[in-house]
Design a protein around this ligand. Sequence first.
Ligand code: FAD
Ligand code: NA7
Length: 492
Amino acid sequence: MTSYDYDYVVIGGGSGGMASSKEAARLGARVALFDFVKPSTQGTKWGLGGTCVNVGCVPKKLMHYAGLLGAGLHDARHFGWRLGEPTHDWTALRTAVQNHVKSLNFGYRNGLRSAKVNYLNQLARFADPHTVEYTEKDGSVKRLTAAHICISVGGRPIIPTDVPGAVEHAITSDDIFALKNAPGRTLVVGASYIALECAGFLNELGYDVTVAVRSIVLRGFDRQCSEKVASLMADIGVKFKYGPLPTKIEKADGQLHVTFSDGTVDTYQTVLYATGRYADTGGLALENAGVVVGKNGKIPVINEVTNVPHIYAVGDIVEGGLELTPVAIRAGELLARRLFAGATEQMDYVNVPTAVFTPFEYGCVGYTEEAAIAKYGEENIETYLFEFASLELGAAHRSKVPARRADEFDDALPLPCLSKLVCLKPEGERVVGFHYVGPNAGEVTQGFALAVILGATKKDFNKVIGIHPTDAESFTALDITRASGQPFAASG
Ligand code: FAD
Ligand code: NA7
């Protein structure tokens, strides 16, 4: 029998690779993990743990929270807090966020050490199907062999190369959370959730933000909820520019002059591209291992196995997968259990809950209304809807104006919450889509996802006694269907 240096080598120490390597080591495998960060186009670098910890979920959620605190200042005043005119200090926020991220990097290093995973801070590539190699600082090439190899190198932001000045001057989500100077007037290009989340917290922190939308916002999400999220963002000050996109970005006097496809020119301090991500598989020399690569660098797999039976892929690089941290983690752990503990459980990519952390959050699990209709036919779908103001925001007269302008209370936000259940009529109104726009949507959706996964019907939702007064209790008493044509917005 061939003997290898390791039972398992994992390339990429992000959410998926870290989880898989630790689980394999826990199960007794001899494991090595490679993680190396190539600087962003603007030279930003970060530590161990991958996208989520350094330039994704974690710093994003902290900046979102900072934004919510700003919005809450308006409510605080309404409820009697006497505050001076608040100002926001970007450097303090950046420092707090980066310090937290660094503490997580430290924890991950220790975690690998105590799990007995051999961590190599090196850029790995394939030499042959069982051999991974890397180049030391002194130029020497080192190799190690493994029985099983998992690729989990994640993705990086795409900046279109056909827009002169974009690669040179624009930042991405790889840079925004560590930006040295306050972003100032910002143009966000792209309209998926990373774009809207960044636009959302920058607006709440007090910056003038424009989002350049090529077609629609939040492609792939429920249309009604997506448009509600965008319209609420517009209400609180985010500008949406539908259609025209940058064709040229020029820097002069420290400002970015952006020419749009409609011929207009505007000036910003920051341009942030959030126009999708490519799988970072280009430098892996996959051809040396015979691994097939698909569109955008993604790797086709069946149950995480590539076309080469002992080489696997997990996380964002999986073709047709879901680019979410908990998905990468679970897939990586289950893979390790199948490889080293004889387990048989496969990753279930259906009914994965998710949330968009825009100023008014949006959470969902299951089908969008459009996808449910496309799959089951309109006659088989019943959609229940309710639009309302949460008690707190309603009572605080949360206003449309930027939260930090205390004096303007009169222009109240429209109803900021939307609860929606998409039900399958032939199966006793089984809930196949759960959607909620409103405060704490991530928390609300996480809880209800269990019901959806277990096959709950509309009647089951009705059986639940609400917790009063909450926004989530709306799901226990939805009674207006789209088919009825009745207004579903709360009145009075
Ligand atoms: P990654 O976490 O990207 O890790 C891959 C690692 O491999 C990186 O450290 C990379 O530097 C390293 N690497 C690459 N090539 C090599 C090589 N050749 N050798 C060695 N190392 C290499 N998901 C959520 O669930 N919730 C959220 O709220 C959320 N918010 C997000 C916000 C933003 C702005 C972004 C960008 C992403 C967000 N995501 C979110 C997605 C989430 O971050 C990813 O799904 C997750 O990090 C994917 O994990 P991964 O293991 O596939 O790869
Ligand atoms: P997505 O989900 O791939 O969305 C990309 C967005 O950028 C989308 O709105 C696109 O518009 C838009 N886009 C794409 N190319 C361009 C160009 N050239 N110009 C302007 N706009 C463009 O990317 P995200 O980065 O938000 O998220 C990727 C994943 O990473 C996500 O699932 C997270 O889990 C982590 P379109 O709708 O195609 O017209």
